[in-house]
Design a protein around this ligand. Structure first.
Ligand SMILES: Cc1ncc(COP(=O)(O)O)c(C=O)c1O
Length: 373
């Protein structure tokens, strides 16, 4: 078997990650968390890494012996190092700032090499200068395999995700529109943000799926539709991110120039992989609410999730609230992006939150009211 054929076997989709019930006190509304921390490298980035490697092999950009390069300080590096090791390829990641043992350790344990550069924005140029193939997760933002897997498991009314590269929301939106074009009369960004447009496309109680949807693969789940209506994609966006204002104003060049405090999601500018036309709603989430919601997930599941899982949960609970107010029923899926012990010293730590000026307590009280356990 050729190297490429073997590589494509390694890069085939893995087993599905679980859906976890997150009880809410709203009759007829079901909230499920899709737990991407169950990936072999502990995060949703596992899917991005697989898709980027797969595309590079198919395009002939990566072959036997190619050094693979990326610029990132986050989970992407661990996932990419994992695949590089399985493919027997050298892997180099350029990380921002001074050397951090915590960040380097996981990559180096997988045989990868970390190079730290300052200032942080120099990582992209530094990566381009390395002799090898620059995966470029922002520039290439390959769609991945979450949508196919998720809609084979459940038939939700909403999926809530964050946006970093934009790949996940684009993957979900693209899959739903290509598998269920009839329900695809997507409102424009500006329309969908107005209550009247959202009202018009909201599922009624009678056509919502039954609460047993996640228990077993639902017949017809692959259509991605709830009772003939297309599932919708909501992006949960943290403070400082350009996605909410850019989507609301229909302005692809919108820039805040400010870094997000929620690792993995929220960007100072609209990245090329973000597809506003494939997103139905963008929900802004205060950082204190993201942190509180990450803690609530840990209280309920035991998982030390990152802040981005909290951002998605807070937005999902806003949708639950909207459904309750409108007397609707249905199923919402929200993503757990990752879980790691290193988050215990940040999002789950009172001193860290106080140092950032985040009033977590008030949001946590609200979350305990909005979720029943
Ligand atoms: C909850 C959540 N949503 C989405 C993402 C990633 O979004 P994208 O595919 O836009 O990079 C992450 C992080 O990887 C995440 O943790």
């Amino acid at each position: 078997m050729s190297w490429n054929a073997r590589a494509l076997e390694v890069l085939a989709a893995g087993p599905p990650t679980p859906l976890v019930d997150f009880p809410v006190p709203t009759p007829g509304v079901r909230l499920l968390l899709k737990d991407e921390s169950a990936q072999p490298t502990g995060s949703l980035r596992h899917r991005h890494a697989r898709a980027l490697f797969r595309q590079a092999v198919l395009d002939g950009l990566v072959g036997e012996g190619t050094t693979v390069v990326e610029a990132t300080g986050g989970n992407a590096a661990v996932a990419q190092a994992w695949f590089a090791r399985r493919l027997g390829l050298p892997y180099v990641v350029v990380m921002p700032g001074e050397r951090s043992e915590a960040r380097a350790r996981a990559v180096e344990a997988l045989g990868g090499e970390c190079r730290f550069v300052t200032p942080p924005l120099a990582i992209y140029d530094a990566a381009r200068e390395i002799d090898g193939h620059f995966l470029d997760q922002f520039g290439r933002a390959a769609q991945h395999d979450l949508a196919e897997e998720l809609f084979g498991q459940v038939r939700p009314d909403w999926v809530v995700t964050g946006a970093g590269t934009g790949a996940t929301s684009a993957t979900l939106g693209h899959w739903l529109r290509s598998h269920h074009p009839a329900g695809g009369s997507t409102p424009s960004a500006a329309d969908a943000s107005t209550p009247s447009a959202a009202d018009a496309s909201t599922p009624s109680a009678s056509d919502a799926p039954t609460p047993s949807a996640a228990d077993a693969p639902t017949p017809g789940a692959a259509s991605g539709s709830a009772g003939g209506r297309r599932c919708r994609v909501a992006v949960a966006d943290p403070e400082n991110s350009a996605y909410f204002p850019g989507w609301t104003l229909d302005s692809p060049d919108y820039s805040t120039g400010m870094p997000s405090r929620i690792e993995g999601i929220g960007r100072p500018r609209i990245e090329p992989g973000f597809r506003p036309d494939l997103v139905d709603l963008v929900i802004p989430v205060p950082d204190a609410a993201s942190v509180a919601a990450a803690r609530r997930i840990r209280e309920v599941t035991g998982l030390p999730v990152g802040g981005s899982s909290g951002t998605a949960l807070w937005a999902a609970l806003e949708l639950v609230e909207r459904m309750r107010a409108r007397d609707e029923t249905g199923t919402i899926v929200s993503l757990i992006g990752d879980a790691a012990d290193r988050h215990l010293a940040t999002y789950h730590d009172d001193g860290w939150a106080a140092g950032k000026g985040l009033d977590v307590g008030k949001h946590l009280d609200e979350l305990r009211r909005r979720t029943t356990v």
